[in-house]
Design a protein around this ligand. Structure first.
Ligand code: CP3
Length: 353
């Protein structure tokens, strides 16, 4: 069972918005708020690889807290990576700076799949320790736990690294559906194990990143991906924490990604939030809280351009029962931290009621 909640978490703007209740202001945080945009991150990361740093609770706690201190965001996100649990379970995967996750032996057949063993809590003791420490230090600021969704993680494992077209992954779905479903099912279990450890240690919400799902047609998404992501959301349901689902370029998939079991739908900058709410509702059921969706490119456009975009997004977010302000994707490594700080202050002040 997760530990008892800090009393002021009940009033957390992030959690209120995620549950469709009225927060005192629109909450704001940034995907990839920890990381290379911060000089203090670059300083503490010196001399360790990305995946090594994830095994050190002292570093994980410090890096997770850095953007909370600097920006005053309404939520922290556990510093780790979508491929970290695989590495922790002994799978040969690295993160190459400037490139992303790279796999020594891409998974192309049943023998390759056998190299991917299930993840257990015993594989990630540093996750439990880091999250427990973080929750204690964060007090009334919620910690978001996260995992990679089966498709996005599979794309790295099958392609061998980052890809523009996911050609081998899609080929596996269509040519070897049994192998694909076995791989995706195993990755759903990895996500469930990693997320459960984080929630058991005190994370207040979870976000399932299916960053690259937008590369799929709705038909393929529904057949090959949705059942596996739905398994993850269903397994997390008993904890009662808000479950967020996010991907890039998912305008055509918003309804399906919502119906996979998300409580909150993350939206990139391509679809206005009010239109996103219409698409989610058209898929059946009640409207849901949304998260997003300032184009990260705007961070480089100057405040005169940013301010009206924030106003527009706050207005469009009113169409949803809850709105969590964010970028439409992660913070670029060359973003100016002062701009991010100004956005946080502006969103919190402008939306105060
Ligand atoms: O504040 C946070 O969000 C930090 C936690 C976090 C990281 N990765 C740390 C990280 C989270 C939530 C992720 C998720 C992640 N990792 C995703 C989904 C989110 C998204 O952006 O769509 C994906 C696709 C990955 C895979 C991955 N890991 C990529 C593509 C990269 C970038 C490679 C590069 O160098 O450009 C990473 C590395 C990574 N993960 C870094 C950080 C801070 C940078 C590596 C470094 O600082 O050495």
């Amino acid at each position: 069972m997760p530990p008892t909640e800090h009393p002021s978490l009940a009033r957390s703007p992030y959690l209120l918005a995620a549950r469709g209740e009225q927060p005192p202001h629109t909450p704001v945080w940034f995907m990839r708020q920890a990381g290379r945009a911060l000089p203090e991150y670059r300083a503490v990361r010196e001399g360790t690889t990305m995946l090594e740093s994830c095994t050190r609770p002292d570093l994980v706690v410090e890096i997770t807290l850095q953007p909370v201190r600097r920006y005053g965001v309404d939520a922290a996100i556990y510093y780790s990576d979508i491929v970290f649990p695989l590495k922790a379970a002994g799978f040969d995967i690295e993160i190459k700076p400037g490139i992303g996750p790279v796999v020594a032996d891409p998974i192309r057949d049943a023998a390759g799949l056998a190299a991917l063993r299930p993840v257990t809590p015993a594989d990630v003791p540093f996750t439990t320790e880091s999250v427990q420490q973080l929750v204690a230090e964060l007090g009334g600021t919620p910690l978001i736990g996260f995992a990679g969704a089966p498709f996005t993680v599979a794309s790295y494992l099958v392609e061998g690294g980052p890809s523009k077209d996911y050609a081998r992954t899609k080929a596996m779905m269509h040519a070897a559906p049994e192998l694909w479903h076995a791989l995706a099912d195993r990755l759903a279990d990895v996500a469930i194990a990693f997320l459960s450890v984080q929630v058991e240690a005190g994370a207040s919400a979870i976000q399932l990143f299916d960053s690259w799902a937008g590369g799929l047609s709705p038909r393929d998404y529904e057949r090959f991906v949705l059942p596996h992501s739905a398994k993850v959301f269903e397994a997390l349901a008993p904890y009662g924490v808000p479950r967020v689902h996010f991907g890039v370029n998912t305008g055509e998939l918003l309804g399906l990604m919502s119906s996979a079991g998300a409580d909150v739908v993350g939206v990139d900058w391509r679809v206005p939030l009010d239109e996103a709410v219409r698409r989610i509702t058209a898929a059946g059921g009640a409207p849901k809280p949304v998260q997003g969706n300032l184009d990260p490119a705007l961070l480089f456009a100057g405040w005169e351009a940013i301010e009206p975009e924030i106003d527009r997004i706050l207005a469009e977010g009113q169409a949803a029962p809850g709105h969590i302000f964010n970028l439409g994707h992660g913070v670029p490594p060359d973003a100016d931290p002062d701009v991010l700080e100004r956005i946080v202050k502006y969103v919190q002040t402008r939306s105060a009621r």
